[in-house]
Design a protein around this ligand. Structure first.
Ligand SMILES: [Zn+2]
Length: 210
């Protein structure tokens, strides 16, 4: 059984969304300073690294991340490769061979190369999904969409794509590293922290080969 860890490592090297607080972590108890333990605190945006978006992120009174269904966050998933595109459109998804009845879909694009290369600066030209791609996924009955950069939508075009997906209760997973993952079927386990009412939460996400 092969386990693929598709989670980004959280450290002060992780790129953050422009304007969002940077990831910060420190030990406030240190054994070398005479403390009994090493103990760490950290501070971050809920949308740092590998994370899940809840409807509340774009929809006031929308569901918080603690209310998302674990039945959707875990289960069979299809990983699709779209290495050539600069934006994912409905036409790209239509001509891709996504298996019928796919409920969870992860899309590997050239974004994953940023993680493979350890690029630390935020990239504005990342690949995202257009609003018509979001519509297409909703119509197909997709319940979870995962992408390999920090937003499911192209830069500066956040709202339409997010809103279409979140209004349809599609769970969005962002910041996946799919650089090592071949196209095909897997089992997904994506477990966001249970932050009460929050608009999103960091998650550990793994794939298991089937
Ligand atoms: Zn997010």
């Amino acid at each position: 059984m092969r386990i693929y860890d598709i989670t980004l490592t959280l450290s002060d090297e992780i790129p953050s969304w422009p304007g969002d607080p940077k990831f910060f972590m420190e030990r406030f108890d240190k054994i070398e300073a005479g403390d009994n333990t090493n103990t760490t605190r950290f501070e971050m945006s809920a949308h740092t690294g590998t994370h899940v978006d809840a409807p509340y992120h774009f929809i006031n009174h929308g569901k918080g991340v603690d209310q998302l269904s674990l039945k959707i966050l875990t289960g069979r998933v299809y990983v699709l490769h779209l290495p050539e595109v600069n934006v994912v459109t409905a036409a790209d998804l239509e001509k891709a061979d996504i298996p019928p009845r796919t409920r969870r879909l992860l899309i590997r694009t050239r974004n994953s190369e940023y993680w493979a290369k350890g690029v630390k600066e935020f990239q504005t030209d990342f690949v995202g999904l257009t609003a018509d791609a979001a519509d297409y996924l909703v119509k197909r009955g997709v319940k979870l969409i995962g992408v390999d950069y920090l937003s499911v939508a192209p830069y500066k075009q956040s709202r339409p794509t997010h809103e279409i997906l979140l209004r349809a209760n599609v769970i969005i997973v962002e910041g996946l590293n799919l650089a090592e993952v071949a196209q095909g079927r897997y089992m997904l386990y994506c477990l966001p922290l249970k932050l009460k009412g929050a608009d999103g939460a960091p998650a550990r996400a793994i794939l298991i080969g089937v």
